[in-house]
Design a protein around this ligand. Structure first.
Ligand code: MCN
Length: 785
């Protein structure tokens, strides 16, 4: 069932097939790895094999003598480049500078120490093995709580502690709430470290033109303009002399938001060597040196009345940031986001949240789809299941009782977020109805009598979207976060939309074209969406934090409306009619009520560009408008329900059903929204049952290939049923809300909730994820050692 809440044209809301897909499916798409430039050389990084070690010396002589080697570069060669560090401006956040090649110390396995440049990649890889680095191994620490303890090995001796941030925020009066409680419950959950695993790994090419003093930089990045700004700052090249091009980008999921040390090294060397330099990451490098995600230790306390009313919450969110509080990501991204959103869609008037960020000898953590929220949401929802069970309530009833109801919206949370609109109870009810909740509970009883264990996991959510300047400033992000769109009608009457948001799988070439096509009354095929090149797009932030539908779509709407007004003005002169009486549709402008009095859009465009008489004196002949958009935050919501069966003999989980109800306001393209949910839920299934970046206590990554790091495949992901509700946002252009992350925010709680619910007769104790068969058997006491 799709409820249509807003009037719309032909395209917005239509299930249009993605216009970009044919080139992906036929192999015609071009990624960085596909590009070859004359005189291009290749980089292979020498990476630390130690989790923690001092570098006593590097001998590159054997590597330099190897065939085809052009240069071996170490920290000494790039020492003029300032170290990278996180840009978050929050009092009390300690900085952990990272030189682009390690100088005196390495702090995680995979940290770049040197780079070999050779005529081809094979020669570069061979020579990289010949670089002799003299390491003095140091004791490592790979657990956040151990890193906080007195006497732990210090990653940054000068900081005197591995804790880079520790702040407690209080909202309302949590102490009184806990005094008034009938019952106080506690829970601890250590969420697993897993990662984005985009199909295309990282990669870049730098080319420097000495004559022009210009750097062209191709990168698999989500944020071309921000990358250009950062490269300019670190390399001392004027920003206007750098062009960043992101050809096809095969997924990012937050991992490609960051400017990485490898990128700065490659750009530096392109200028230094006066030859194009290419680096394409392999999967092993990606697993050990691209940012990881999601690992937190969360402790929760709830003050509850006997009737199930939630009076207050306390949360401690400890983020294991890995070796550095990372450039443009920060060790804060996980625990801060988790703590801020801990109240979720529940009425929590009194709340205390402690945010702790710690460095350990593991790969740095960065943004990964629903950063922070996945861990916090999972911990809270599993906690609420436990509380309901203890109180003898159905988990649905506990939620319904404490959930913000529709008539309370807009609702300002105790942490200061304004939930603009939504369908919290309605989406819960819809998901339960779709899955047949009451019948399933009865079936669960029947099956238990037969020794089979079925479980139902329920995960209602509210998802912050449309990260603009308001949210950026709230969390200390130093850049205002607006984006731009330039909409042009070319003299041919066709439309070019240049945007600063960035599609790396989301399908913006389709959805943003849908927006423009409706406003300009043209066919979708007549609109081309351009992005991913700083030379052909206005300045903007890029794509992350589910912001493109709202901010990109909003900017396109505003610019297209301005162009539309201009078209009507010119057409009015051509038709000798008042623009207010004109209709723009199906590629032509006609007089209302007199459809034969019309001109085609191409005729209007040609006249505007080339016929002076249709223009007033000095009027701009081009049909172009550039508009920015910087909305207030808007909040999507939904509910995911999972049905699973667990075999208590083997610990195997079979997912039977996944139902997702999604409310992202005005939907641009339901098919794309469905696809976003499918992908995000698949990642959630992986992160709950299979994916785990495991380290030994010396900081060795034990899951360094896809043989050990298990991604779910089609066999593990059941069909996902998506239902839509549409509650338009009152605070955004067109009522659009974002939705790209909700599936990964909410599905782990539904999957884990279903597994735990199935095992209720065994009284399972789950304090760690993922729920591997072994963990499941431990949770129910089958394995005890
Ligand atoms: N959409 C829509 N109607 C809405 C909301 C969204 O049709 N009301 C469409 C949008 O037009 C867009 C898609 O759904 O095509 C996601 O929109 P949005 O929520 O605005 O998210 P963004 O486009 O800004 O993408 C970012 C988001 C995030 S934060 C991560 S992480 C993520 C994700 O999208 N990374 C992805 N989805 C991804 N999908 C792919 N294939 N690859 C990634 O790297």
């Amino acid at each position: 069932m799709v409820q249509i809440a807003t009037p719309r044209g032909k395209w917005i809301g239509a299930r249009v097939k993605r216009v970009e897909d044919p080139r992906f499916l036929t192999g015609d798409a071009r990624y960085v790895a596909d590009l070859t430039l004359p005189r291009m050389v290749h980089a292979a990084f020498v990476r630390s094999p130690y989790g923690h070690a001092r570098i006593k010396g590097i001998d590159a002589s054997a590597a330099l003598a190897a065939p085809g080697v052009i240069a071996v570069i170490t920290h000494a060669d790039v020492a003029s480049v300032p170290p990278l560090q996180d840009p978050i401006a929050l009092d009390g956040l300690k900085k952990t500078p990272q030189t682009i090649l390690a100088s005196d110390k390495v702090r995680f396995v995979g940290e770049p120490v040197a780079v070999v440049i050779a005529e081809d990649r094979y020669l570069a890889e061979d020579a990289a093995e010949l670089v002799q680095v003299d390491y003095e191994p140091l004791p490592a620490v790979t657990d956040a709580e151990a890193a906080m303890a007195e006497g732990a090995p210090l990653l940054f001796e000068d900081l005197g502690s591995n804790v880079v941030y520790d702040q407690t925020y209080r909202f309302g009066d949590p102490d009184s709430a806990f005094q008034q409680a009938d019952r106080v419950f506690k829970k601890r959950l250590h969420t697993n470290r897993f990662m984005a695993s985009p199909m295309e790994t990282r990669g870049c090419i730098g080319q420097y033109d000495r004559g022009l003093g210009e750097l062209t930089f191709w990168s698999s990045s989500q944020m071309p303009h921000m990358l250009r700004l950062s490269l300019a700052g670190f390399l001392g090249i004027p920003e206007q002399k750098i062009r960043v091009i992101t050809p096809e980008v095969g997924g990012g999921f937050g991992q490609k938001m960051t400017m990485y040390p490898e990128e700065v090294v490659v750009a530096f060397l392109a200028r230094h060597l006066q030859r194009p330099v290419k680096w394409i990451e392999d999967r092993r490098e990606n697993l050990m040196s691209a940012t990881h995600g999601k690992e937190q230790i969360i402790e929760l306390e709830a003050a509850v009345k006997n009737d199930g009313t939630l009076l207050g919450l306390r949360a401690t969110c400890i983020g294991d940031g890995g070796g550095y509080s990372f450039n443009t990501a920060s060790a804060l991204v996980e625990p801060q986001a988790s703590a801020l959103m801990m109240p979720g869609l529940y009425r929590v008037a009194h709340y205390e949240g402690r945010v702790v960020a710690v460095v350990t000898n593991k790969t740095p953590v960065g943004a990964f789809r629903a950063v922070g929220w996945t861990a916090g949401h999972t911990a809270r929802e599993l906690f609420f299941n436990e509380i309901a069970r203890e109180l003898g309530m159905d988990p649905v009833e506990f939620r319904r009782k404490n959930m913000i109801h529709e008539d309370e919206l807009p609702y300002t949370t105790c942490t200061g977020q304004v939930y603009d609109s939504g369908s919290y109870v309605k989406s819960l009810d819809m998901a339960l109805q779709a899955v047949g909740y009451d019948e399933l509970r009865a079936r669960q009883e029947e099956l238990r009598a037969q020794g089979r264990y079925l479980g139902i996991g329920i995960s209602p959510y509210v998802e912050p979207t449309a990260w603009g300047s308001e949210i950026a400033l709230q969390v200390g992000f130093p850049f205002p976060s607006h984006d731009n769109a330039r909409v042009s009608i070319e003299p041919s009457g066709k439309v070019t939309v240049a945007v600063t948001t960035h599609s790396h799988g989301q399908g913006h070439e389709t959805t943003l074209a849908q927006v423009a096509a409706d406003i300009l009354g043209v066919d979708l095929a007549d609109v081309t969406v351009v992005f991913g090149d700083t030379a052909s797009t206005p300045w903007g932030m890029g794509t992350y934090a589910s912001r493109s539908a709202v901010i990109g779509g909003g900017a396109v709407t505003l610019a297209a409306q301005e162009v539309r007004e201009k078209i009507l003005k010119i057409a009015g002169r051509m038709l000798e009619a008042d623009p207010a009486d004109l209709v723009l549709a199906d590629g032509k402008v006609s007089v209302q009520g007199a459809p034969d009095r019309s001109v085609t859009l191409a005729e209007v465009a040609v006249s505007s560009y080339f016929v002076n008489s249709v223009r007033a004196e000095g009027e701009d002949p081009t049909l172009t408008a550039t508009r920015f958009y910087d909305p207030k935050a808007t909040y999507s919501n939904g509910c995911i329900v999972v049905v699973a069966e667990v075999d208590p003999e083997t610990g195997q989980v079979r997912l039977d059903r996944v139902v997702s109800v999604e409310d992202c306001g005005t939907i641009l393209n339901p098919m794309i929204v469905d696809g976003q949910i499918h992908g995000a839920v698949a990642q959630g299934i992986g992160g709950t049952l299979y994916e785990h970046l495991v380290y030994d206590d010396q900081g060795q990554l034990l899951t360094g290939t896809f043989m050990d790091y298990l991604l779910p495949t089609a066999t593990e992901v059941p069909p996902i049923q998506v239902e839509h509700l549409e509650t338009p946002s009152p605070v955004t252009v067109q009522g659009i809300k974002g939705m790209g992350e909700g599936g990964l925010m909410a599905s782990p709680a539904a999957v884990a909730g279903a597994v735990i619910d199935a095992l209720t007769p065994f009284n399972p104790k789950v304090e760690e994820l993922p729920l591997s068969p072994e963990r499941i058997l431990r949770a129910i006491g089958t394995i005890t050692d």
